[in-house]
Ligand binder design. Structure first.
Ligand SMILES: *Cc1c(COP(=O)(O)O)cnc(C)c1O
Length: 456
């Protein structure tokens, strides 16, 4: 007989994962190495040393160690907001009239409002341990900058955030949260860096992009002694830290006899998706289980579904290492009326390789459909979801509705990566009925892909 599943499954503090899981150890085809943008040779620890912290470089380049111990100081911080609940969406199931069982892993239970704190605290901890003065970073919608400012204030590190200009202007309260935690926030592109000045000259009036803010933050890190750059997504190390999400889901599923059939996450740079699915993909790679895994991305920034699997720069300024990934081209900037986050042109190299090898599927959704799902979810399940997370909600609802047609009682697990309290400008557009969908044309995408760096 099926055990009655509580509405919210809360694990105990002592059920927190003690180690992060490195899915690369189980991958037969490893993600392609990052390349030095100057020499086009694989990056070494020495190349990375001026940019990232030592221990994080080690994690970045390690394709073989399956488990990394989580240091006690990080575990202690995790205890402030983890384990995160796995929620059975009973109300949503009922409203949809579906025989599917829907669960979501809720990562919004901390002040920064998203999963990003899971990696922010790790990165701040290693920076402090190395004796650094501070870190620089970029933030798009503001969640990463907020998470990092929280982590830096906890470990007493200086935190400099380059915030994509349109978010800086649209989300003044995000900025103030960061400043409350002691971060210095600069709208990007800015005239405080060479690369920012160049971009401003070339594109006056630009509202910025993540790729451009990354270029500025990297320049700021390498030009100040005692500073390193940290990044909230895309990198192997970030996926590693985020595996606490999927590991907790596995523990909860085991405890309650839940067997997921479909696992869904939204994909920007791939960190929450990678964190959620890595432990399950590991089971697939080892031949222990089979799941249908779905990555959901915006139709206005469709890296998986319309991008190319190729080496590309991670940033607009083309000073960062090259990564082999699904990309729309480093000069791609999503339409200004795209409100739903997930704006990065590329994708995690780990996820790109796994996708290329057919371990999961991807689909793109339009933002009005995403906000319809967000509104429905808020009204039925109570939580106001982040627009990013709402891409996963959209796909989960669509899968549950398919089950309604076929009568299949599938178990769906999706990642609710965060809350949307700071996204009210986007919600306002939706509520006013003035939100529309902008999808790049084939010509636009081809033109950007024609400029990919030539790497064999
Ligand atoms: C940043 C963010 C994302 C997208 O980033 P990924 O690295 O793809 O996870 C998704 N959801 C929320 C709530 C975020 O803050």
């Amino acid at each position: 007989m099926e055990q009655k599943i509580p509405y919210k499954i809360y694990l105990n503090e002592n059920e927190l994962p003690k180690q992060w899981y490195n899915v690369r150890a189980d991958m037969k085809v490893k993600p392609a190495p990052l390349l030095n943008p100057g020499t086009l040779q694989p990056l070494t620890q020495e190349d990375l040393a001026p940019i990232f912290c030592e221990e994080l470089n080690r994690q970045e380049l390690d394709n073989d160690t399956r488990w990394f111990d989580i240091p006690q100081e990080i575990l202690d911080f995790y205890k402030m907001y983890r384990p995160a609940p796995l929620v059975r969406a009973y109300f949503l199931e009922k409203a949809l009239g579906t025989p599917a069982k829907i669960y979501y892993k809720f990562e919004g239970n901390n002040t920064s409002g998203s999963h990003k704190l899971n990696s922010a605290v790790a990165q701040a901890y290693y920076a402090k341990k190395q004796g650094l003065k501070g870190v620089t970073t970029e933030t798009g919608a503001g969640q990463w900058g907020t998470a990092l400012s929280m982590a830096c204030s906890f470990f007493d590190l200086d935190c400099q955030v380059y915030m994509v200009k349109c978010s800086y202007e649209q989300k003044p309260f995000r900025r103030e949260v960061m400043r409350t935690y002691g971060a210095k926030v600069t709208p990007s592109p800015s005239n405080t860096t060479n690369v920012g000045r160049q971009i401003l000259e070339k594109f006056p009036g630009t509202t910025g992009s993540l790729g451009c803010a990354i270029s500025e933050a990297v320049e700021a890190a390498v030009s100040q002694p005692g500073y390193r750059y940290v990044l909230g997504s895309v990198l192997n190390q970030v996926l590693l830290h985020q595996t606490v999400i999927g590991l907790e889901v596995q523990t909860a599923c085991k405890k309650y006899g839940i067997k997921p059939d479909i696992i869904i996450g939204c994909a920007g740079g791939g960190s929450n998706l990678g964190g959620l699915i890595s432990p399950f993909i590991g089971e697939m790679l080892r031949g222990e289980a089979q799941y249908k895994v779905i990555a959901v991305e915006p139709a206005s920034c469709p890296s998986f579904t319309r991008g190319k699997f190729a080496y590309d720069f991670a940033d607009t300024g083309m000073i960062c290492p090259l990564a082999k990934m699904y990309t729309l081209g480093s000069q791609f900037i999503p339409s200004a009326n795209h409100a739903g986050g997930l704006r990065f042109h590329g994708m995690s190299p780990i996820l790109s390789q796994l996708y290329h090898d057919g371990l999961f599927e991807a689909r793109s959704v339009e933002q009005t459909a995403v906000f319809e799902a967000a509104q429905m979810f808020a009204r039925i399940e109570g939580t106001l979801p982040a627009p990013e997370s709402s891409h996963a909600i959209r796909a989960a609802i669509d899968e549950a509705l398919k089950c309604k047609e076929t009568g299949e009682e599938k178990t769906i697990v999706f990642g609710l990566s965060g809350t949307g309290y700071f996204d009210m400008v986007a919600y306002q557009k939706f509520n006013d009925g003035v939100m529309n969908d902008t999808i790049p044309t084939d010509e636009e995408i081809a033109a950007n892909l024609a400029n990919l760096p030539k790497v064999e």
